[in-house]
Design a protein around this ligand. Structure first.
Ligand SMILES: Cc1ncc(COP(=O)(O)O)c(C=O)c1O
Length: 392
C-alpha cells in the first residue's frame, strides 16, 4: 500500500500552519505522539508523577521494544536518554583511552562529537584520524581500512551529517570495524526515521540518536543502543542509583543491559511519546516513509538547481531528506528570514557545525531544507517559487 499522504497530513496538526522543511531540526509531531505526551502530563498532574509513571509502565516499556524493533536490536540493548549528544557521550566518555590511542572519524563529524574528541585529546593525548571522502563525497572506505592500526580504539561515524543529504555507507564501515575488531560508534541522529537502520546488518557496537527529528518524537528525548557483547568495553561515565546498585559500603553493581547508561530522573512523558512516535512509523511502514522522503528531497534538489544563482551542495551516492543550498549573490540569512515570514520553515547550516566538511569543501553558510514524508510536491513547488522570488 503506498503511503496515504492526505492521512499523514491529517494526522499532523502542524501541516495546517506551516510549510515545514525543518525536519532535521525537529519534525512535526503527529497527533498520537501529542496525545501520548499531553495525556501523560495531565495524568501526572491528576494522580502524581510517580504514580502516573507506575500506571504507564506498559507504554513506557514499549518505547524500548518499539525502538529495538525499528533498529533490529533487543529491548535491553536500548537506553533512553535526553538527546543524541548525551547518548553518544555515554559511549565516548566511557572509553578507557590512554595516551597514544587513536580514533577514526570522517568529514561528516558533528561539532559536538568532535568537541568531545578534542577534549579527550587534550586530556589523554589520543590522536584523531580524519578519513577523507571518496569520489562520491562519502567516507572513503579504502582509506578508512588502511588507517586502522593496533592503537585504533574506536571508529566514530556520522551516518547522515547535519549539513547535507549524504548517507554515509555505515554498513561498509561496519564490515571493516568487525574485520579488524575495532569498536564502532554510529551517530544516527539525523538518520533514524529517514533511512533504514539495522544494527545487525550495520554491525555497529553503539548507536546514538535523538527523538525529535525524523522520528517525530518530542524534544528532550534520545536513545542509545549498546550491543550486549560490547557492554563491557565501556564503563558509563556517570552512575546513579538507577544505573548501578550500591550493594556494599564500598561496592556497586552495574544495572544489567543498556539501562546502566540512563539516569533515574527523566522526561517520562517524553519517553512514552517517543515510543508512540516509533510505533507510528512502524505502522506506516518505515521503508515507504524512507522512500518518500528521498523522493521529495530529490524533487526539491532538482527544482532548486534550476534557479539562477543557486548551488545545491549535497553529496553522496544515495541521498536522504536534507537539502542544502546557497545563492551566489543573495545572503542566505536574508532568504531564510523571508522564508520564515512566508510561513516556510528551514534552518541555516553553519560551517562550524561540521567544520571538517565545510573546510574541505569551502562551504558557505547554507540554507538547510529538510523534508519529511508528509511534505508534498505542491509544497516543493511553492517553496521553490518563494526562493526564486526572494533571491531575484
Ligand atoms: C549529525 C548530528 N549528530 C548529533 C546531533 C546532536 O543531536 P542532539 O541535539 O539531539 O544532541 C545533531 C544535531 O543536529 C546532528 O546533526
Amino acid at each position: 500500500m503506498p503511503l496515504d499522504i492526505d492521512r499523514l497530513r491529517a494526522d499532523t496538526p502542524g501541516c495546517e500552519h506551516v510549510l515545514h522543511f525543518n525536519n532535521a531540526g525537529a519534525g512535526l509531531m503527529p497527533q498520537p505522539v501529542l496525545d501520548a505526551l499531553q495525556g501523560h502530563i495531565v495524568h501526572e498532574s491528576l494522580i502524581g508523577g510517580y504514580e502516573a509513571h507506575h500506571a504507564a509502565k506498559e507504554s513506557y516499556d514499549d518505547t524500548y521494544a518499539a525502538i529495538a524493533e525499528l533498529i533490529g536490536a533487543k529491548p535491553d540493548e536500548i537506553a533512553l536518554v535526553e538527546n543524541a549528544t548525551r547518548a553518544w557521550d555515554q559511549v565516548f566518555y566511557g572509553m578507557p583511552f590512554k595516551r597514544g590511542d587513536r580514533i577514526i572519524t570522517a568529514h561528516a563529524s558533528y561539532a559536538s562529537n568532535y568537541l568531545a574528541m578534542l577534549q579527550q585529546k587534550k586530556r589523554y593525548g589520543i590522536e584523531i584520524d580524519v578519513i577523507g571522502n571518496d569520489e562520491h563525497g562519502q567516507v572513503d572506505i579504502t582509506e578508512l581500512e588502511a588507517s586502522i592500526t593496533e592503537r585504533t580504539r574506536l571508529i566514530c561515524l556520522t551516518h547522515i551529517p547535519t549539513n547535507g543529504g549524504l548517507i554515509n555507507p555505515a554498513q561498509e564501515v561496519g564490515r571493516i570495524a568487525r574485520k579488524h575488531d575495532v569498536p564502532y560508534l554510529l551517530d544516527a541522529c539525523q538518520s533514524a526515521g529517514q533511512t533504514d537502520i539495522n544494527v545487525e546488518r550495520i554491525q555497529c557496537d553503539f548507536l546514538s540518536s535523538t527523538g525529535r527529528k525524523y522520528l517525530r518524537g518530542p524534544r528532550g528525548t534520545g536513545f542509545l543502543y549498546v550491543r550486549t557483547e560490547a557492554l563491557d568495553l565501556i564503563e558509563p561515565p556517570f552512575l546513579d542509583l538507577h544505573a548501578a546498585e550500591w550493594v556494599g559500603r564500598n561496592t556497586y553493581k552495574m544495572a544489567p543491559g543498556a539501562k546502566r547508561f540512563e539516569n533515574w530522573e527523566g522526561f517520562v512523558a517524553g519517553k512514552i511519546a517517543l515510543g508512540s512516535a516509533v510505533r507510528y512509523l512502524l505502522e506506516l511502514g518505515p521503508d515507504d516513509v524512507y522512500a518518500r522522503i528521498a523522493e521529495i528531497a530529490a524533487l526539491l534538489r532538482s527544482r532548486l538547481s534550476h534557479i539562477d544563482g543557486i548551488t545545491v551542495h549535497d553529496l553522496g551516492l544515495r541521498k536522504g531528506g536534507i537539502v542544502t543550498f546557497s545563492h551566489d549573490k543573495t545572503d542566505v540569512r536574508r532568504i531564510k528570514i523571508a522564508l520564515d515570514q512566508a510561513g516556510m520553515n528551514t534552518n541555516l547550516a553553519v560551517p562550524k557545525w561540521a567544520r571538517l566538511d565545510a573546510e574541505a569543501r569551502g562551504l558557505p553558510t547554507m540554507i538547510r531544507a529538510s523534508v519529511h514524508a508528509y511534505n508534498t510536491e505542491e509544497e516543493v513547488e511553492a517553496f521553490t517559487e518563494a526562493v526564486r522570488r526572494i533571491a531575484a
